[in-house]
Design a protein around this ligand. Sequence first.
Ligand SMILES: Nc1ncnc2c1ncn2[C@@H]1O[C@H](COP(=O)(O)OP(=O)(O)OP(=O)(O)O)[C@@H](O)[C@H]1O
Ligand SMILES: [Mg+2]
Length: 303
Amino acid sequence: MAESPRGWGITPSTDIPTIAFGNQKGGTGKTTATINSAAALATRDHDVLAIDMDPQADMTKGLGLGPGDDNDPSSPKNELPNTLVTDDENLLDVLVDNPRTHDTSLSEIVIEADEYDHLNFDLIPSHKDMGLARDWMDDANARLSLKLALEEMVDDGYNYDFIVVDCPPDLSVLTDAAFIAAQNVFLAAQTQATSRDALDDLWDQLESIEDNQQIEIAIVGLLANMYRDDGQSKKFLNSFDESFASMAPIFKLPMRVAIQRAWDNGRDIFGWEDANDQQVEHDLFLEVAETMERAFDKTQVEA
Ligand SMILES: Nc1ncnc2c1ncn2[C@@H]1O[C@H](COP(=O)(O)OP(=O)(O)OP(=O)(O)O)[C@@H](O)[C@H]1O
Ligand SMILES: [Mg+2]
């Protein structure tokens, strides 16, 4: 794997820094980190595209573009359309076709930030059809599909400062496609002993992709999520530090109620005003954004 730190970001063929948020272990904070890193980068005036590669569609739902909230008539989500159930072309159409010959391109399905007041970055939403992706994306081209589709989107005239990709909690073809397109992985893990084993499997997967595709993949950060100042968390971080601290910076995020509440209301944390103080999570994700700027040598855009 590409050695880090400093200069650890790898710019893929689109020339746009692209980061996949991954960990095959479920519920570690991948989607939270994707949404809020995208929002922090946007707050720092970058043009950002976020791609929801997960059939669970949590990022799309977390931005309010999934189903409304039946239990809460006042939820802002109820004002927004459910993009997961449209009959229109969707991400599965883009990924299963050979992007060189297909009919559907990412530029046809992108939701642009200026379409909705609450959206601070462009979004490629997931879709209910994405549940079929693992069955349909069964040839060698499938792993390259997102990379080729992004190249085409850039050819279509789209340009971004950063692209972030939310991966499903598995090591399926969808995750491989995200890693190959991005060539940079940001890990989200909970600081428990079992997380360490999951990361070992992930390294194996990354190394196998690097060998098969003849590319390098960099680790650009680790979110140590729901961090608690206890022995178990420290033990995990020590073991991570020993092996991987030279690779990537570690960001410690404790359990924060406002993160959950922003999510429940279909907002990122920068677009959500909570009764509780949000300084900790704002500072953390702004630091993630600054780190990405440094990794890819992109300074904050002057407003
Ligand atoms: N630091 C945090 N404080 C409070 N809630 C959090 C925090 N991190 C994540 N959550 C909540 O925990 C749940 C799981 O987080 P998230 O969906 O980001 O994990 P994930 O790794 O994307 O899950 P999956 O593997 O299912 O895709 C979400 O409801 C999210 O709002
Ligand atoms: Mg998720």
